[in-house]
Design a protein around this ligand. Structure first.
Ligand SMILES: NC(=O)C1=CN([C@@H]2O[C@H](COP(=O)(O)OP(=O)(O)OC[C@H]3O[C@@H](n4cnc5c(N)ncnc54)[C@H](O)[C@@H]3O)[C@@H](O)[C@H]2O)C=CC1
Ligand SMILES: O=C(CO)COP(=O)(O)O
Length: 320
């Protein structure tokens, strides 16, 4: 089964490198100059520097090269997924499309699988998610991920085909749970980064992770996820990783908020839009999600860090 990756950012490049151990991989970039540079220099100097691209990777800006493959991995940010799909809707029709993004689309409140279903109705959608830094994958370090697909047979095929020497895939048919585990942990990572950045300490971070996880589960159950899915790699696993490592961009964004320092606006921080989407949906559904709402206000500049702390500490006392 041949594989192509659409999107040559940090994650797309890392996945292509790992998959190259299984055979030829096509890595598609929307930027022709960048594709040429990567193909010649054998490096993604912008998003994943200091890692050599194996010879098995063809980097191209020609979408026809990519859609010749059996499976297409979509490694673009969540808020860009719909535009990317719509731009190439004709050639993506009927394809197996594996979203690799983590987030909720702000304009629709939908996750990646639903966005694929809306834009390419006859595609076969799946999702690859879970705790993994692009840098770790690219360097060949061991990583375990979740492959989610509502079609059990396709799920097994993709699990086999996309497992590599350092990527171990677990499968699930709970696509809603898998989508939300990956999306919502980014919101909590921002909150934890802000707490550490503001000097609130590790105990505060543990409280935010635990109560944040309760919000993630509440939200996921409301949207129809299976109760145990978020206990796995896509929920708890990814929450632990991103709330405790400075390799996480969401966590680093939070650190900057907590320290009242600027953050590079070119860096992908999925949790900002997802926090807003999550807080808005929760409010509409009457769901109690104080940490998510606070992170949304903090990320969008409505709250200062001291205001956020006061808001959370002054809430009425309740049972755990
Ligand atoms: N970097 C990481 O360690 C991991 C990232 N992810 C997820 O992967 C997704 C992508 O993240 P990164 O690759 O890290 O981001 P990135 O910022 O490094 O790269 C994003 C890429 O998407 C491309 N892109 C943006 N809009 C596009 C469009 N309309 N059409 C085609 N290409 C477009 C950009 O040119 C860029 O190459 C995110 O949802 C992220 O949460 C998941 C796991 C790990
Ligand atoms: O999703 C990730 C790790 O699983 C990457 O996290 P960031 O997007 O915060 O860097």
């Amino acid at each position: 089964m041949s594989v192509a990756v659409l999107g040559s950012g940090a994650f797309g490049t890392a996945l292509a490198i790992s998959l190259a151990g299984n055979g030829p991989v096509t890595l598609w970039s929307r930027n022709a100059e960048q594709a040429r540079h990567m193909q010649d220099s054998r490096e993604n100097t912008v998003r994943l520097p200091n890692v050599t691209l194996p010879d098995e990777i063809l980097v191209t800006a020609d979408i026809q090269d990519a859609v010749a493959s059996d499976v297409l991995l979509l490694a673009v940010p969540m808020q860009k997924l719909r535009a990317a799909l719509m731009e190439h809707a004709t050639v993506l029709a009927g394809k197996t499309l594996v979203a690799c993004c983590k987030g909720i689309e702000l304009s629709s409140g939908l996750g990646p699988i639903s966005v694929i279903q809306q834009t390419i109705p006859d595609a076969r959608p799946a999702l690859l998610t879970g705790p993994s830094f692009a840098d770790d994958i690219a360097r060949g370090l061991p990583t375990a991920l979740t492959l989610a697909c509502a079609d059990g047979d396709l799920s097994e095929t993709l699990q086999t085909e996309l497992t590599t020497a350092n990527l171990r895939l677990y499968r699930t048919t709970d696509v809603i749970g898998a989508e939300l585990g990956g999306a919502l942990k980014n919101v909590m990572a921002i909150g934890c980064g802000a707490a550490i950045g503001a000097g609130l300490g590790d105990s505060a971070r543990a409280a935010l992770m635990t109560r944040g996880f309760a919000e993630m589960q509440r939200f996921a159950l409301m949207r129809g996820a299976r109760p145990d899915t978020l206990m796995g790699l896509t929920g708890l696993g990814d929450l632990v990783l991103t709330c405790s490592s400075e390799l996480s961009r969401n966590y680093r964004f939070g650190l900057c908020l907590g320290r009242n320092r600027p953050f590079d606006s070119q860096t992908t921080v999925e949790g900002v839009a997802t926090a807003r989407a999550m807080a808005d949906i929760a409010a509409a559904e009457g769901l109690d999600m104080p940490i998510s709402a606070t992170v949304a206000d903090l990320s969008h500049g409505t709250y200062s860090v001291p205001q956020a702390i006061q808001t959370l500490l002054n809430r009425p006392l309740k049972e755990e």
